[in-house]
Design a protein around this ligand. Structure first.
Ligand code: HEM
Length: 519
C-alpha cells in the first residue's frame, strides 16, 4: 500500500516575487503566484456506514439475457433514450437511485457490462473510498483500451493506489505541477489572448466565431507551454497537436461515443470491436516525440525515482493530452455555455468584481487576488457542479459493502462493479436547491459548505489529491485555469453572446458578439 505523505501542494507553493509583474493591461498581463490554500486532506471521502438505520433493500433492476440484455441496454443508452433518459427512466421504474443495469460498450468489447449504478449525492462518494473499491483498469469503465495505445504501459489513470507504480507516477506529476506553478498565469494569458484575438477578428469579418474550435489550439498551447515549457509552434509539431490528440482519444474512447454516423455503422464499427491501434501509431509517435524532446528535466527526475524515461514520457503524453487537454475540451466550452446563458446582468457583476480586485492589486492577477473574488470563484464551482467534465466513475467492490442512498441501504457483493453517473450526484435535489439551474452565487458565503458535494475531480472539492487516493492530480491546476478563463474574459469584455449546439464530443459554442470592456 502506498504511503500517504504527499499531496499535490500546487497552491501551497510560495513564489512571492519570482515572476515580474506589470500594471493592468488585458493584452500583456504578467502575474505573481502567491496564494496558500492547501490543507492536509482527510484520508477517505466516503461516509458510507458498515451498518445502517435505513431499511435494507435488495438492489432493484437486472441485466437481462446474456448478450441480448446488454445489447438492448446499449441501444437504449446511445439511441432510443439517450444517456440521461436511460438513467431517469430507470430511477422512475425502480423507484430507487441505486439499481442494477448494463453499461456500454458490452459485447464484444467488454467481457462483463453488469454494474450497480449510483445516482444520488449520498451514495456516490463510496467510489472515492479506495479502502472499499479497487480502481484497477477501470478508468474508462467496463473495458480498457489496448495498452498498445500507450506505448505498452498501463498508465497511471488505470493503476490502483495499492500498486507501487501509482505512488511513483503520481508523485512525478505532482513534481511537474509544482515546477509549472510560476508559468501557469502568464502562459494562460498568452495562449488565451491569442484565442480572444482570433474570436474578435472572425466576429468582425463573419459575425461569429467558434469558441470550441479555437479552444482546442489555445488549450493545447497553454498546456504544452505551462507544463512542459515548450511552444508547439516552435517545434516539428506545429499546430497539429489538437488534431493528433483528438484522433488518438477517439481510438481510446470510441466504444463509448456516438459520432452521428448511421446507427448500424456505429454499432458495427465502433461499439462492437476495438479499432486497431496500429492505425493511430504514427500520430501518437509524433506526440510522444514532442513530449520526449520537451520534457528533459522531468524525465531526469523520473529516472532518479526509478521510472524509466520511456514510461514517464508515455505518462506525460497521457496526463497532458488525455487528462488535461481532454478535460479542458469539455470544461471550457461548457463554462462559456453556462456563463453566456447567465446573461448580461451577471456578466456586469463579474466584470465589476474582477476589475475592482485587480485594480486594487496593482493591476496584477495572482492566485491570492483571485481568492478575493467570491462571485467568480462560485461561478467556476457552479460550472464544475452542473456539467462535471468527466461524467462517469467506476470502482470494483473490494469486499461486501453496505451502500446507502437517501432512502434505503443496499448490499453490494465483493467483486461487483459499481458505477456512478456524476451529474445526477451533483444535481441531487436532496442536496442542492434548484439543482438543474445555474446559480452563479451558489457557493458564496455559507454556500461554501456545499463544496464537499462538488465532485468533478473524483473527490470532494474540499479534499486534495494524494498518492493514496485516486483524486485528479491536476485538481488545483484545473480550478486555477478555469478561474483564469473567467478573469481574462471579464477583464477584456463587459459581456458576450453565444449560440450553442450539441456535437458528438462536448458542446459546440459559437460566440456571436463580444462587448469590449467599457469601465
Ligand atoms: C479539466 C481538466 C480535468 C478534468 C475534468 C479531470 C478529471 C479527472 C477525473 C474525473 C479523474 C478520476 C478518474 C477516475 O479514476 O475515475 C482524474 C484523474 C486523474 N487526473 Fe485529472 N482532470 C483534469 C485535468 C488534469 C490535469 C491538468 C492533470 C495533470 C497534469 C490531471 C491528471 C490526472 C491524473 C494523473 C489522474 C489519475 C489519478 C490517480 O491515478 O490517482 N488531470 N482526473
Amino acid at each position: 500500500m502506498a504511503s500517504i505523505s504527499h499531496t499535490s501542494s500546487f497552491f501551497s507553493l510560495q513564489l512571492p516575487s519570482q515572476t515580474p509583474s506589470k500594471t493592468y493591461n488585458p493584452r500583456t498581463f504578467n502575474r505573481r503566484v502567491s496564494a496558500s490554500v492547501s490543507e492536509t486532506p482527510p484520508l477517505f471521502a466516503s461516509t458510507q456506514p458498515e451498518t445502517t438505520k435505513l431499511p435494507v433493500k435488495k438492489i432493484p433492476g437486472g441485466y437481462g439475457l446474456p448478450v441480448i440484455g446488454p445489447l438492448t441496454d446499449r441501444l437504449d443508452y446511445f439511441y432510443n433514450q439517450g444517456r440521461e433518459e436511460y438513467f431517469k427512466s430507470r430511477i422512475q421504474k425502480y423507484q430507487s437511485t441505486i439499481f442494477r443495469t448494463n453499461m456500454p460498450p458490452g459485447p464484444f468489447i467488454a467481457s462483463n457490462p453488469n454494474v450497480v449504478v449510483l445516482l444520488d449525492g449520498k451514495s456516490f462518494p463510496v467510489l472515492f473510498d479506495v479502502s472499499k473499491v479497487e480502481k484497477k483498469n477501470l478508468f474508462t469503465g467496463t473495458f480498457m483500451p489496448s495498452t498498445e495505445l500507450t506505448g505498452g504501459y498501463r498508465i497511471l489513470s488505470y493503476l490502483d493506489p495499492s500498486e507501487p507504480m501509482h505512488e511513483k507516477l503520481k508523485n512525478l506529476l505532482f513534481f511537474q505541477l509544482r515546477s509549472s506553478a510560476s508559468k501557469v498565469i502568464p502562459e494562460f494569458n498568452s495562449s488565451y489572448t491569442d484565442l480572444f484575438e482570433k474570436l474578435e477578428n472572425e466576429i468582425e469579418s463573419t459575425g461569429k466565431s467558434s469558441f470550441t474550435e479555437a479552444n482546442d489550439q489555445a488549450a493545447f498551447n497553454f498546456l504544452a507551454r505551462a507544463l512542459h515549457g515548450v511552444n508547439p509552434a516552435d517545434t516539428k509539431l506545429g499546430s497539429d497537436g489538437p488534431k493528433l490528440v483528438s484522433k488518438w482519444v477517439l481510438f481510446n474512447l470510441h466504444p463509448l461515443l456516438v459520432l452521428g454516423l448511421p446507427k448500424l455503422v456505429e454499432e458495427l464499427l465502433i461499439h462492437s470491436f476495438s479499432l486497431p491501434p496500429a492505425l493511430v501509431k504514427k500520430d501518437y509517435n509524433r506526440l510522444y516525440e514532442f513530449f520526449y524532446e520537451s520534457s528533459g528535466f522531468l524525465l531526469e527526475e523520473a529516472e532518479k525515482n526509478g521510472i524509466s524515461k520511456d514510461e514517464a514520457c508515455h505518462n506525460f503524453v497521457f496526463a497532458t493530452c488525455f487528462n488535461s487537454f481532454g478535460g479542458m475540451k469539455f470544461l471550457f466550452p461548457n463554462m462559456m455555455k453556462s456563463i453566456g446563458r447567465a446573461g448580461a446582468k451577471i456578466h456586469t457583476k463579474l466584470a465589476t468584481e474582477i476589475r475592482s480586485v485587480i485594480r486594487s492589486n496593482g493591476g496584477k492577477i495572482t492566485m491570492g487576488s483571485m481568492e478575493q473574488m467570491p462571485l467568480m470563484k462560485s461561478v467556476v464551482y457552479e460550472c464544475l457542479r452542473i456539467d462535471p467534465p468527466v461524467a462517469s466513475q467506476y470502482g470494483r467492490a473490494k469486499r461486501d459493502l453496505m451502500i446507502e442512498s437517501h432512502d434505503a441501504a443496499f448490499q453490494v457483493k465483493e467483486g461487483e462493479m459499481i458505477f456512478g453517473y456524476q451529474p445526477f450526484a451533483t444535481r441531487d435535489p436532496k442536496i442542492f436547491d434548484r439543482p438543474d439551474e445555474f446559480v452563479p452565487d451558489r457557493f458564496v458565503g455559507e454556500g461554501e459548505d456545499l463544496l464537499k458535494h462538488v465532485l468533478w475531480s473524483n473527490g470532494p472539492e474540499n479534499e486534495s489529491p494524494t498518492v493514496a487516493n485516486k483524486q485528479c492530480a491536476g485538481k488545483d491546476f484545473v480550478v486555477l485555469a478555469a478561474r483564469l478563463l473567467v478573469v481574462e474574459l471579464f477583464l477584456r469584455y463587459d459581456s458576450f453572446e453565444i449560440d450553442v449546439a450539441k456535437v458528438p464530443i462536448g458542446v459546440s459554442v459559437t460566440v456571436t458578439s463580444l462587448k469590449r470592456a467599457s469601465f
